[in-house]
Design a protein around this ligand. Structure first.
Ligand code: AMP
Length: 352
């Protein structure tokens, strides 16, 4: 067990790290952020900040020496440099990172455990793409295998003709069939070091331009009917990875049951509602899990919850949001409100 007063290392300096650090502080831990960018917003709420490149082995080793345990808030942390952490435990284990960093590896892994992803084929050349579109059909989505997020690194292929004219980026790709879904949801679980698993309620997630816009609970009945099968799969993924901490799997709810989209080996935007809306937040439970503490109750703390992301210029509405006393406003302290950038979120509880 890692007792309060010890230091938790966080790889990545964004809003997820910031909210992990805030939950850790409530339990009496210190946090040390490691991030390559100088303006890491997680560092604003942490005792220590190492600003260094991922492959700076000396900086990584010095960081590890200051930490009792290391976690990550960003799934694209390069894995090889993490060898410099030495004996300091990394939770969740690096295998979760390796699996989630490559869409092809991730989909094969989940399919082997009995999950249903959209039909997919790897694409490295224009001939591969033509073959994939012929086998899977169009419409479909071509995605980079690595480094994509929030709909970035994706190209919609509406017809085989689109595939023929597309200039392929020089990186490994995957072609997926377009899923005919009626809703999107995620399963967010927390697994303790002892294998104890707690599931948070699944919200109905609505995306705009590939970016999460709202998460609403309770989800409609037709979506809730798919949660049990999705949880079964998520529990298998967590057990297979000997996972410790919060793990997220995203799903499409379809007429044929849940279709796996992707996993994130970390706390997740679609779980921000848990800060006020669950008895224990995803951030606190993640800290509890990686420190070997008992997990907290994940049940809803209200009749319902709505979380809305503040993207880009939405952040300028902060005064109007605060004018309604029922709103819980979270601002991440980012300097520039670029289009598509997650600047904060606002949560409302439904109490009666
Ligand atoms: P991703 O980054 O893969 O989660 O994709 C972002 C969003 O694009 C998803 O939340 C969906 O709304 C949409 N999307 C991604 N893949 C598919 C697919 N195979 N079929 C239909 N919609 C998709």
């Amino acid at each position: 067990m890692i007792a309060p007063g010890e230091t938790i290392g966080i790889l990545g300096g964004g809003q997820l790290g910031r909210m992990i650090a805030m939950a850790a502080a409530q339990l009496g831990y210190r946090c040390h952020v490691y991030a390559p960018e100088a303006d890491a917003i997680a560092a604003d709420v942490c005792a220590q900040f190492t600003c260094a490149a991922w492959d700076d082995a000396a900086a990584m080793a010095a960081f590890a020496a200051d930490c009792a345990v290391v976690t990550y808030e960003f799934e694209n942390v390069p894995v090889a440099p993490l060898a410099a952490l030495g004996d300091t435990p990394l939770l969740a284990h690096a295998r979760a990172l390796e699996t989630a960093q490559d869409r092809l590896v991730e989909k094969r892994f989940v399919a082997e455990l009995g999950g249903t992803p959209a039909p997919f084929m790897p694409v490295d050349t224009p001939a591969d793409l033509a073959a994939a579109v012929a086998a899977i059909g169009a419409p479909g989505i071509l995605k980079t295998r690595r480094d994509g997020y929030d709909g970035k690194g994706q190209w919609r292929i509406m017809t085989p003709g689109d595939a023929a004219t597309l200039h392929l980026p020089a990186t490994a790709l995957i072609y997926e069939g377009f899923v005919d879904f009626f809703a999107e949801f995620s399963v967010i679980l927390c697994r303790g070091a002892d294998g104890d698993i707690r599931f948070f309620d699944s919200a109905h997630n609505v995306h705009e331009n590939g970016i999460l816009d709202t998460s609403t609970l309770p989800a409609p009945a037709d979506l809730q009917a798919q949660v049990s099968a999705a949880r079964d799969l998520a529990g298998k993924v967590a057990a297979a990875l000997d996972y410790v901490g919060v793990l997220t799997l995203e799903f499409f709810a379809t007429a044929h049951g849940p279709v796996f989209n992707e996993m994130a080996p970390r706390v997740h935007n679609s779980g921000h509602w848990t800060i006020e809306g669950a008895i224990t937040s995803q951030f606190e439970n993640h800290v509890r899990a990686i420190c070997g503490l008992p997990l907290g109750d994940t049940r809803l703390a209200a009749k319902g919850v709505v979380m809305r992301n503040l993207i880009g210029d939405d952040v300028h509405d902060w005064q109007a949001i605060l004018a309604d006393p029922a709103n819980h406003l979270h601002l991440y302290g980012k300097a520039a409100a670029r289009p598509g950038r997650k600047m904060g979120h606002v949560t409302r509880l439904v109490l009666d």
